[in-house]
Design a protein around this ligand. Structure first.
Ligand SMILES: C[S@@+](CC[C@H](N)C(=O)[O-])C[C@H]1O[C@@H](n2cnc3c(N)ncnc32)[C@H](O)[C@@H]1O
Length: 251
């Protein structure tokens, strides 16, 4: 199983094995909320694959990885895990960068920040600095994985409209309901739109979401599996621990 080149809040690192085992037969695999793409990078490639995220920086990174991996690797060779470099990148106006430089900046900031939040320089007394992104061989694997994949940068509803067929499988991992997001609005309105679209889908879907009574009500009649996940992305001991998530399918 390949590890994604970035981490992302809410990434499915802990659940991906269970999710991958539940993927039904399909021809076209669509990931509507890609983030770091734990499931995509973990599963066997499908005949046709589509990855989508509304976040322009995420999409730019994977586009540049797909087409300009050699240049990204070359630039990353000169990077070092250092606080002043991190601060410089944070304070850079991305409009002044080329798309390749933007990709390097983004992967650097996420990989070198605390809990991959891209805000504060991440350091520890028990873990070494994250070296994976500086390894050329690894980035080549990522590029190869992306070779036969369409990359979209749309809101989820437009992707469903474009790709929904009987032979399509949608993996949906939206921002959690009523929890802090990614600086991108995803509230009840968006969750209800997703719910309506999934109810009317021609293809199959697997949705992962936090366990919330309202969510269970919206998806009544579908298969709902409860799973426990361990999270540890907080400095505060009180915010760590086990959380319940739901895996909802229409098959
Ligand atoms: C929970 S994360 C996905 C994590 C991913 N499954 C992983 O393993 O890393 C949710 C993602 O949805 C994206 N997003 C938010 N609103 C969206 C929308 N309307 N359409 C598509 N993507 C959206 C965010 O940018 C974020 O990357």
């Amino acid at each position: 199983m390949l590890k994604p080149p970035i981490s992302r809040m809410g990434g499915k690192s802990k659940l991906r094995k269970i999710i991958i085992e539940m993927i039904p037969e399909h021809i076209c695999y669509v990931e509507l909320f890609f983030g770091a793409g734990w499931v995509y990078f973990g599963k066997e490639p499908s005949k046709v694959e589509v990855i989508n995220d509304i976040d322009k920086e995420i999409v730019n990174l994977f586009k540049m990885m797909k087409y300009h991996e050699a240049e990204i690797s070359r630039l990353l060779k000169y990077e070092v895990s250092a606080r002043d470099v991190f601060d410089n990148y944070i304070n850079t106006d991305i409009k002044s960068l080329t798309d390749v430089q933007r990709a390097v900046r983004f992967i650097f900031i996420l990989s070198q920040s605390f809990a991959s939040k891209g805000k504060h320089f991440g350091y520890a007394t028990t873990n070494r600095p994250s070296p994976q992104i500086f390894e050329t061989e690894y980035l080549k694997l990522v590029k190869d994985r992306l070779r036969n994949t369409y990359i979209e940068n749309l809101s989820f509803e437009k992707v469903i409209d474009k790709y929904d067929r009987n032979h399509t499988f949608f993996f949906c991992d939206p921002p959690y309901f009523e929890t802090d997001g990614y600086g991108i609005e995803f509230e009840r309105k968006e969750h209800l739109l997703l719910n309506t679209m999934l109810k009317n889908l021609k293809g199959k879907f697997l949705l992962t979401i936090n366990d919330h009574p309202e969510v269970k009500e919206w998806y009544r009649g579908f298969n709902i599996k409860e799973v426990e996940v361990n999270y540890s992305v907080s400095r505060e001991q009180s915010a760590r621990g086990k959380y319940k998530e739901l895996i909802i399918t229409n098959y």
